[in-house]
Ligand binder design. Sequence first.
Ligand SMILES: NC(=O)c1ccc[n+]([C@@H]2O[C@H](COP(=O)([O-])OP(=O)(O)OC[C@H]3O[C@@H](n4cnc5c(N)ncnc54)[C@H](OP(=O)(O)O)[C@@H]3O)[C@@H](O)[C@H]2O)c1
Length: 313
Amino acid sequence: MILGVGRAIVEELGAQGKHEVILWSRRDPSELKIPGVNTLQVTDYSHENLVNLLKGTHTVLAFFNPMSDPGSQNQIALIDAAVAANVTRFAPSEWAGKVRSGIKMYDMKLPVLDHLENLNKDKTVIEWGLFQPGLLMDYLAHPCPPSKHFDTFPLLFDLENARACLVEDGSAPLVFTSSADVAKVVARAIDYPGTWTVDGGIVGQRTSYKEVVQTAEKITGQKFTIYTLRPEDLERGDFISPWVPAYAPNLSAETMRDVVVPFISGWALGIYRGVADVSPVWNERFPDLHYETVEEMLRGAWARFQAQKKAEH
Ligand SMILES: NC(=O)c1ccc[n+]([C@@H]2O[C@H](COP(=O)([O-])OP(=O)(O)OC[C@H]3O[C@@H](n4cnc5c(N)ncnc54)[C@H](OP(=O)(O)O)[C@@H]3O)[C@@H](O)[C@H]2O)c1
């Protein structure tokens, strides 16, 4: 089911109504009713089928979850079909930070970048570019994100329980951008007359986890418990903290060890090493756009959280 940033972008494109928007999913289209969007069930990723489906398409945006597309097989099949069908522009499923950063957990995205670079080696056969919003700001709002279609978890920061995991003192700069702002940028980028570029940073707000905690303390009046992580532990893949942020409660010990810890320690190390400290490339192209701040996101989340608690009692 398309959730997260993909959903936000598709909703925005559908709402703007400037272009025909077709959402592909392997699921039953009746599960995915989005105003202004036609949903098509696509399960056959054979070249012939994809080329037929893509004929007449100008731009393809990919939101594959790389964890469930082994070897990026289906995404690469989509790229090859897009080239054969003369699609003009393609955005691979990046939607995060700097690429080729040397962080192991991001390696699964490399086959797609390698493939695109290889295709354009001698001449441009497809224009492609990235959208890199850093960390999606919606995670800071867990458990009350602005959209019910954004599946959050407390990514190193837990507003509800006033705790955070910081690498060293948490002052490494990083960028947070809300999924709604990413959607606004992408909607403008569809009509952008220039060329999309591999460097495609979007900066909602450049800050640090330390500042996020300070802002949250000001808004909630709660003192946060801080768990300090050491980069050398993270490099070894260890996440040494009494609290290990997980994407779901009650996961098995194996899932925690094999999935959660590599993922969360990869993010923590990436943030520390500046992977999410992207440049404002798209901001400079559309200087009139305004971006939600961390303070605005946290204030909204805290208000929703208080309202939810009140309704429960
Ligand atoms: N910067 C950030 O903070 C951040 C956070 C989260 C995600 N991301 C990035 O955003 C992108 C989307 O991630 P997500 O978590 O939003 O993904 P998601 O909602 O879990 O999945 C997105 C889509 O992937 C499709 N998909 C998965 N495996 C597939 C396969 N083998 N074949 C065809 N389709 C497949 C699913 O299609 P169906 O509808 O057919 O099931 C789904 O619509 C990823 O590149 C991810 O790294 C960035």
